[in-house]
Ligand binder design. Structure first.
Ligand code: NAP
Length: 253
């Protein structure tokens, strides 16, 4: 479990839900983790504390994504945190996990909602990666969190799925572009995963969602984190440009 000792990692949206699971796992694997978030200071503090209490190293980075200047704010705080912890701004691993959902019928989608989904779920990851490349050594790892919804139809998540489709294209094309530097770019596509939201605590909702997976249960953040940790570690060197379905076999048939 110490595959990432000496590495540094940025996990966007690392304070809650799936991102928290990823941040904790990378921390347990030995990475110094920048736990990024938008607003919820307490959640970020709790995640950092969970990592440090387990013997790892982490610090919080606050920056709202999808607004002008977002990437500059994020990297100013990230570099400050890295310097304080390590005296260097080297960034080995980027996990683009922060995302917003849609939940709107196709006829009700507004241009503003669409722009927001694209800005947070697709545009921010692109410019985060481009900025991160200034800090990333050869052999770095980039992992983008998409959704199993890019391969199944759910009309109220049309705009969300379009934004995740764009994110998957980002992974494909950048994987080829960055291969000469030994940097891998992969996409992890979770299915329904218990992020602690109220909706997913309702027994009837859990039961219905669980029935869509091959294993008959919801995904847990740790399930997604295990796949991310594999891609982030040295053993993932021959995997790039891929989309890993981590949905517990949702709607396998
Ligand atoms: P979540 O529990 O809602 O947590 C979202 C995280 O992202 C929080 O840390 C939040 O910070 C941050 N965030 C949200 N909007 C942001 C913004 N505009 N700028 C900066 N940070 C922002 O999310 P989740 O359910 O774990 O989902 C994580 C990722 O997995 C997303 O990309 C989602 O699309 C994908 N996914 C989730 C599921 C699922 O069933 N949960 C399934 C498939 C894919 P604050 O709390 O401070 O706002």
């Amino acid at each position: 479990m110490n595959r990432l000792t000496g590495k540094t990692a940025l996990v966007t949206g690392g304070s809650r839900g799936i991102g928290r699971g990823i941040a904790e796992r990378l921390g347990r694997e030995g990475a110094l983790v920048a736990v990024h978030y938008a607003k919820d200071d307490d959640a970020a503090k709790q995640t950092v504390a969970a990592i440090t209490d387990a013997g790892g190293r982490a610090f919080p980075v606050r920056a709202e994504l999808g607004v002008p200047g977002d990437v500059e704010v994020l990297f100013a705080a990230l570099e400050e945190g890295l310097r304080a912890e390590r005296d260097s701004t080297t960034l080995d691993i980027v996990v683009n996990n922060a995302g917003v959902m849609g939940g709107t019928a196709p006829e009700q989608i507004t241009p503003e909602q669409f722009d927001r989904l694209i800005a947070v779920n697709a545009k921010a990851p692109l410019f985060i990666i481009l900025r991160a490349l200034q800090l990333m050594p050869d052999g770095g790892r980039i992992i983008n969190i998409s959704s199993a919804l890019t391969r199944m139809a759910l009309p109220q998540e049309l705009a969300y799925s379009m934004s995740k489709g764009a994110l998957e294209q980002l992974g494909l094309h950048l994987a080829r572009h960055l291969a000469p530097r030994g940097i891998t770019v992969n996409t992890v596509a979770p299915g329904i995963t218990d992020n602690g939201s109220e909706m997913l605590q309702q027994p009837e909702v859990r039961e219905a969602m669980a029935a869509t997976t091959a294993f008959g249960r919801l995904g847990e953040p740790a399930d997604i984190a295990a796949a991310v940790a594999f891609l982030a570690a040295g053993d993932g060197q021959w995997l790039t440009g891929g989309v890993l379905d981590v949905s517990g076999g949702t709607l396998l048939g």
